[in-house]
Design a protein around this ligand. Sequence first.
Ligand code: C2E
Ligand code: CA
Ligand code: CA
Ligand code: CA
Length: 277
Amino acid sequence: AKESGRNKFRFYDSQLNEIMIRKVKIENELRKAIDRNELKLFYQPKINLYTREISGMEALLRWDHHELCAIPPLEFVPIAEETGQIVAIGEWVLREACKQSKAWHEEGFTNLALSVNVSVRQFQHSDFVQTVQDIIMETEIDPRLLELEITESIMQNVDESIDVLNRLRKLNIKTAIDDFGTGYSSLHILKNLPIDTIKIDKSFIHDIKAGTQQSLVKSIIDMGKNLKLTVVAEGVEHEHQAELLANYQCEFGQGYLFLKPVNAYDFERFLVRNDKD
Ligand code: C2E
Ligand code: CA
Ligand code: CA
Ligand code: CA
């Protein structure tokens, strides 16, 4: 038994080693990713659940590495966050998304809002608000059409975060709490946060058929409305979910039911197609 225990240990050890090697490799490759043009943005529409009109889009980062294949953001974003690389990457994302958004506005899709994900590390960086302001000036987008999505983990530094949120608000930019319900934000903290939107995490929408989950989703929506926040549901995959959410007065939804995230070219075709009918 002792012997096999030792083997087991070695097995885990080598597996751990492989994970470490991949992590270091990703870290090194990520350093060159921007220069090599390997980072791309995909877009997913945000739909008004009452009218079914496209109200905006969320930019989602993609990385096509020449040999590591497509590495999902859920794998490389946390690494980039750990190493601090997310600060430069996040700046690239914001600039790229704002440029694209401006181009669509100029093509006549004037009221399209843009949502961009911002990591905690980026949000807490001392230059963050200035960088956002610079990018808005540079790309000449209407700040009122920009929404930054942050997670509840910014709450670890409540006072500093409130300060940053207030400075963003002064720039007329909107802010959203992403993956709402999965973190630890209490009602008390939420009440005092100068934010505009909550995005209900897709895990809640997924099992919306179950009775208890329905009342949970309903109470999250009611709470958001009571706090005068815009409510968006993530991960809407089925028609019955979209209808139920609309009945519960959740105004916006995103999900595969409407469109999977696609590249800018395909997103534009989606915009044109929906403009015609
Ligand atoms: P998120 O911000 O919560 O984004 C929603 C995720 O759900 C996206 O995964 C999207 O493709 C996926 N999704 C959309 N509709 C559906 C649906 O109907 N069903 C299901 N099951 N999934 C759906 P993605 O693109 O793989 O991104 C994963 C996460 O990576 C994002 O979660 C976000 O936390 C992070 N991420 C992506 N882009 C960026 C970025 O530019 N900056 C930062 N900091 N994080 C990013
Ligand atoms: Ca998001
Ligand atoms: Ca989410
Ligand atoms: Ca997220």
